[in-house]
Design a binder for this molecule. Structure first.
Ligand code: IMP
Ligand code: MG
Length: 193
């Protein structure tokens, strides 16, 4: 696999991760999502709000498959886990476009407890959009602490810590082209930068 070899040559911090979703599967998954969005929005203009940094890779792949007029807006959400209280979320919206009376699709890398998506949706709702739907690349099974569910999910995954395709551990591994499970044994190879 070209992608995998390329990665391990340039980033020797991870020897081999257990691959959960490979590049081909990811491509097919993003194709499926694009088809669902075309079906839902038809030719209507769409504003995609992408939660940084995790949804960056999905954003780049997805928008190139969409044919309706698309505006892209970035928002950053940082949760402090293991630090203060879990679930404390800081939202930076200085790169937001005006979304008043717009159809908005909020995208994130993973729906874990669901707190990030719920809190960012609430913030966007205050900006007066015409509609808001949510799409996540991964939905982690059995972890949600909220009643809301994402409108579109590319892949359901078990309760494991995953990295790659935008998802990080300590800000690394986002550029891996596949989704891998970061297991305890992988952490001995993890070199903090
Ligand atoms: P939530 O608010 O608990 O749904 O968490 C969402 C955020 O937690 C995501 O945007 C990720 O940054 C992070 N996260 C949760 N699970 C994972 C994982 O398995 N790998 C990497 N990041 C994760
Ligand atoms: Mg993260």
């Amino acid at each position: 696999m070209l992608g995998r070899n390329r990665f391990s040559e340039t980033q020797p911090t991870v020897e081999i991760l257990k691959i959960l979703i490979n590049e081909t599967q990811i491509g097919l998954g993003i194709d499926r999502l694009a088809a669902q969005l075309k079906e839902h929005y038809k030719d209507q203009p769409l504003t995609i709000v992408s939660i940084m940094t995790g949804s960056l890779v999905m954003l780049a792949d997805l928008i190139r498959l969409l044919e309706m007029p698309v505006r892209i807006s970035l928002i950053q959400a940082t949760s402090y886990r293991g630090g203060t209280k879990s679930g404390d979320l800081i939202i930076h919206d200085h790169m937001m476009l005006d979304i008043k009376d717009r159809d908005v699709l909020l995208i994130d890398d993973i729906f874990d407890t669901g707190k990030t998506l719920v809190q960012v949706t609430k913030r966007l709702n205050d900006m007066g959009p015409k509609s808001i739907k949510t799409a996540v690349f991964l939905n982690k099974q059995g972890q949600s602490t909220v009643t809301a569910v994402p409108d579109f999910v590319v892949f359901e995954i078990p309760n494991e810590f995953v990295v790659g395709y935008g998802l990080d551990y300590e800000d690394l591994y986002r550029n891996m082209p596949y989704v891998g499970v970061l297991e305890e044994s992988d952490l001995k190879n993890h070199v903090a930068t």
